[in-house]
Design a protein around this ligand. Structure first.
Ligand code: ADP
Ligand code: MG
Length: 137
């Protein structure tokens, strides 16, 4: 069993498709073992995306992530990291396979509906960034 971090980003929360996105996870064998809806501060969003600090889109990404509430979740299941990335689809919704979350719910590469950890190591760090052990069951 693996755990991974998922974030439903402000664009998808505004579209009122939290339930539809969660259904994709549950219907594909992933279980939500922690969840909260939060409005990130600039500092927290900046820290979370610190690995992208040198990328040209960093400031826009942080501004976007604080533009409205997000839903942060820990997903658990077999191959959870890879499975979540498959369900999400390509970073650019226009390139994402039909039937993936980003293809179905996202409009652009900067407003792309979901975040998902890209490795087991990053998943562990990202989960600890948002949740204490007592919040994961
Ligand atoms: P992913 O979210 O698929 O793991 P990355 O880790 O490469 O993608 O990038 C993090 C986030 O930064 C993306 O989800 C997207 O919101 C934003 N982003 C990535 N590349 C671009 C880009 N070329 N232009 C604008 N925003 C981008
Ligand atoms: Mg990434």
């Amino acid at each position: 069993m693996e755990k991974t971090l998922s974030i439903i980003k402000p664009d998808a929360v505004k579209k009122n498709v939290i339930g539809k996105i969660i259904d994709r996870f549950e219907s594909n064998g992933l279980k939500i073992v922690a969840m909260k809806r939060v409005l990130l501060s600039k500092e927290v969003a900046g820290d979370f995306y610190a690995i992208h600090k040198e990328r040209p889109f960093y400031n826009d990404l942080v501004e976007f992530m604080i533009s409205g509430p997000v839903v942060v979740m820990v997903l658990e299941g077999n191959d959870a990291v890879k499975k979540n990335r498959e369900l999400m689809g390509d970073t650019d919704p226009k390139k994402a396979q039909p039937g993936t979350i980003r293809s179905d719910f996202a409009d652009s590469i900067d407003a792309n509906a979901v975040h998902g950890s890209d490795s087991l190591e990053n998943a562990t760090n990202e989960i600890a960034f948002f949740f204490s052990q007592t919040e994961i069951h």
